[in-house]
Design a protein around this ligand. Structure first.
Ligand SMILES: [Zn+2]
Ligand SMILES: [Zn+2]
Length: 154
C-alpha cells in the first residue's frame, strides 16, 4: 500500500525581539514559514505552495499572525513614584526647581508637597538666574535656559 498525503514543513526565516501578548513582555520570536508538501510515506517530496508565515514566541511557544510584530508594548505609565525618583536626578542634572515642581504638580502632587520634596532633596540653598527667574540646586553652575553662569548662592 502506498501512503501519500500532504505534510507541512516549517522553516525559520527570521528572528528578533517582539512584544509577546501572552508573556506580556519583550521576547525573542522566530518567524516561520510553512510550506505544504506532497508526501509519500510521510516524506515531503513536492512543494505544493506556501501556507504562510507566522511568528512564534520562543518562550511560551504561542504562535501569532505576523501582524503581531507591528504591535508595540503598551506605553508605560509614568507614575508618581518614578517622578519622585526622578526629582533628585533632574535637580542635580541642572533642571530648574520651578520646572520640576511644575511637573510634579501636573502629575497630581500638591504644590506644598512638591516644594518640600525638592527641599528634602537639595536643601535650602538655591542659585537664582536673574534673567529667567529660575532657581537651581546649589551645585548647578549654569542656567539651563539662558546658558548664563549662575552667581554664587544668594
Ligand atoms: Zn510569549
Ligand atoms: Zn537663565
Amino acid at each position: 500500500m502506498i501512503i501519500f498525503g500532504t505534510r507541512n514543513k516549517f522553516k525559520t526565516v527570521g528572528t528578533g525581539q517582539f512584544y509577546c501578548p501572552h508573556c506580556q513582555m519583550q521576547r525573542t520570536y522566530e518567524k516561520k514559514q510553512a510550506k505544504r508538501y506532497f508526501a509519500l510515506y510521510f516524506v515531503p517530496l513536492i512543494p505544493m505552495g506556501d501556507i504562510g508565515e507566522f511568528v512564534e514566541c520562543t518562550t511560551c511557544h504561542t504562535t501569532y499572525n505576523v501582524e503581531v510584530l507591528k504591535a508595540k508594548a503598551p506605553e508605560k505609565h509614568v507614575g508618581a513614584v518614578e517622578l519622585l525618583n526622578s526629582v533628585k536626578s533632574r535637580l542635580l542634572g541642572g533642571d530648574p526647581v520651578e520646572y520640576v515642581v511644575r511637573d510634579l504638580t501636573v502629575a497630581g502632587i500638591e504644590r506644598d508637597m512638591a516644594l518640600s520634596l525638592v527641599q528634602s532633596t537639595i536643601g535650602d540653598q538655591r542659585k537664582l538666574c536673574k534673567n529667567c527667574n529660575l532657581s537651581y540646586a546649589a551645585d548647578i553652575t549654569q542656567c539651563q535656559e539662558c546658558k548664563m553662569p549662575l552667581p554664587e548662592s544668594a
